[in-house]
Each structure stands twice: as C-alpha cells, then as structure tokens.
Design a protein around this ligand. Structure first.
Ligand code: PNS
Length: 162
C-alpha cells in the first residue's frame, strides 16, 4: 500500500512525526506530501520545509518527502497512492477533516482517507501553537525536534532584524 500524508508542515512537529512513524508501519511506502501553500504565507519556504522533514524522518526507510501544489487528489493520482493519511487530534479537527475527506472522495473515488488518532501526548500540538510560543520567546523543545527548534529560532531572529 502506498500512502500519502499531506500537510503544510510549517514546521513539522512531534505530532506529525508520531503520525509519520505510525503510518510508515502500516503502509509499504509513505509519501509525505508538502503543500506549496501560497495563501497561508508560511514561516518556512517549501524547500526549507521539505529539507527539515527529510532530516527528521531519515530513520524511516520507507518514507519519502515530495512537495506538491494544486489538488491533493491529483497529487495522489500522480503518485499512484491508494490512501491519504490524516491525524485527528480532537473533535474540533473532525468537521474540517471529514469535509476534506468527503470532498476528496467525490473528486476521486479511488482515493480513500485513513485517520489516525494523534497520540494523547501530542493532542494539543499544532504548528501554529509552536510558532506562537516561539514568537514570544517560549521554549519549544518539547514540541519539535532539536533541528527544527534551531531553524525556528533562526527564523525568529531573522524576522526581528527586519
Ligand atoms: O497541514 P494542513 O494545513 O492541515 O494540511 C492541509 C492539506 C494540505 C491536507 C489541504 O489543505 C490540502 O489537501 N490542500 C490541497 C488542495 C486541495 O486538494 N483541496 C481540496 C481538499 S478539500
């Protein structure tokens, strides 16, 4: 089974890594699809996000990181993936996720969405929260890998300088 785990990953957190490691055990091959998100004005460029994910997911030998733009179903088809994986943290995620899964299924019947419930210890975590904490000088070491923490701090420093 070839699965896609899509997202913005701006930046990748321990919550994302939890989903990657668990779905990499279920799928034969896992493609982490990184959205080139023009509308959201991300903290990290697409290339930076891809590189960070590659570095922190190096230990999984069936995981590949691939950027994409446009519709997720088109990306899934181009990768010949059968399944889209998404993490569900809380009931608040559910409405948006089910809408996305059903829309994707309408657009491409062969694309199934598989939900993994995020491990309890990461259920509160999001890239947005990580950026918020870092903006105000908080410690993000429990939320992201060390390499990512350093990159976030560098970005914050860059921003302070301009
Ligand atoms: O990490 P995110 O931002 O929650 O990931 C959202 C993502 C990338 C899965 C979603 O925005 C997406 O699939 N975007 C591609 C455009 C698309 O296919 N939209 C229709 C799905 S409703």
């Amino acid at each position: 089974m070839r699965a896609i785990y899509p997202g913005s990953f701006d930046p990748i957190t321990f919550g994302h890594l939890d989903i990657i490691s668990r779905s990499a055990k279920i799928a034969d091959e896992l493609i982490v699809g990184v959205l080139k998100n023009n509308s959201k004005s991300p903290l990290f460029s697409l290339e930076e996000r891809v590189k960070m994910i590659e570095e922190v997911s190096r230990e999984f030998n069936n995981v590949k990181v691939v950027p994409f733009e446009g519709l997720l179903v088109d990306f899934a088809k181009s990768m010949q993936a059968d399944v889209v994986v998404r993490g569900l943290r809380a009931i608040t995620d559910f409405e948006y996720e089910i809408q996305m899964a059903q829309t994707n299924h309408k657009l491409a019947e062969q694309v199934e969405t598989m939900f993994l419930t995020t491990s309890l210890e990461y259920s509160y975590l999001s890239s947005t929260i990580v950026k918020e904490v870092a903006t105000f000088g908080g410690d993000i070491s429990q939320f992201v890998p060390e390499l990512v923490r350093q990159k976030v701090l560098e970005k914050m420093e860059e921003r302070r300088r301009v």
